[in-house]
Design a binder for this molecule. Structure first.
Ligand code: GRF
Length: 206
């Protein structure tokens, strides 16, 4: 049974609510995967506690201890290689990936972003949406490539922006959808139903 589970490595930097949602989806059998290791670049990330509580191995790897992004990512890679992971999940990981990780996992890295990409890439996407005055925002799960928040889109879910929304209220509403859709996208991958053609993701019917 265990053998057929998709092996995930998860990179985090902070509170880890998406990590928690993935753990719940696995427990509820909505996601046929196993989280083999959680790595944080931030020793204070609350997500580390969530992983520990769920008996998932954790590792803190701080970029400041290395001379270059390459050295730092090689250490991350060593840890991931111990578990022979199938897919690398970015869950609130606040660093831009370099060639070491990107080349090792081509089309095998997923990220979730709190906007409807390609709108509002980068930091504070919810604030960008409010400042721009859009009526709809949402979340996007995508494969990661060398372009920041620019890789092939897997799933998107729209969320209305309400007249009285603040960054916080919009973020909360989007987060509910993030927690649902990240697991769904990973499950599609686990089922072998995601193909990339001309930089676009095709979802194969069951
Ligand atoms: C989420 O909004 C996610 O979309 C973005 O970073 C945030 C991480 O939140 N990439 P959490 O650490 O999963 O709670």
């Amino acid at each position: 049974m265990e053998k057929s589970l998709l092996k995930l490595g998860v990179l985090i930097s902070g509170r880890g609510s998406n990590l928690k949602a993935l753990i719940e989806a696995i427990k509820n059998k909505e996601l046929n995967a196993k989280i083999c290791i959680v790595i944080s670049n931030n020793p204070k990330a609350y997500g580390l506690r969530i992983a520990e509580t769920n008996s998932i191995p954790t590792k803190i790897i701080e970029p400041k201890q290395f001379n270059s992004l390459e050295e730092y990512e090689k250490i991350i890679l060593n840890s991931l290689n111990q578990y022979q992971i199938d897919l690398l999940i970015l869950a609130g990981y606040m660093k831009v990936l370099g060639p070491t990780l990107l080349k090792t996992f081509p089309n095998k890295i997923m990220n979730i972003h709190p906007s409807l990409l390609p709108s509002f890439r980068g930091l504070h996407a919810q604030k960008q949406a409010i400042d721009f005055g859009v009526r709809w925002s949402g979340c996007t799960v995508h494969f990661v490539n060398e372009e920041l928040d620019g890789g092939p889109i897997i799933l998107q879910e729209a969320v209305p922006v309400l007249p009285k929304d603040t960054d916080d209220s919009l973020s909360e509403r989007i987060l509910v959808k993030e927690h649902e859709f990240y697991a769904k996208a990973i499950q599609l991958y686990a089922e072998g139903r995601l193909k990339i053609k001309n930089n676009k993701v095709i979802i194969i019917d069951k």
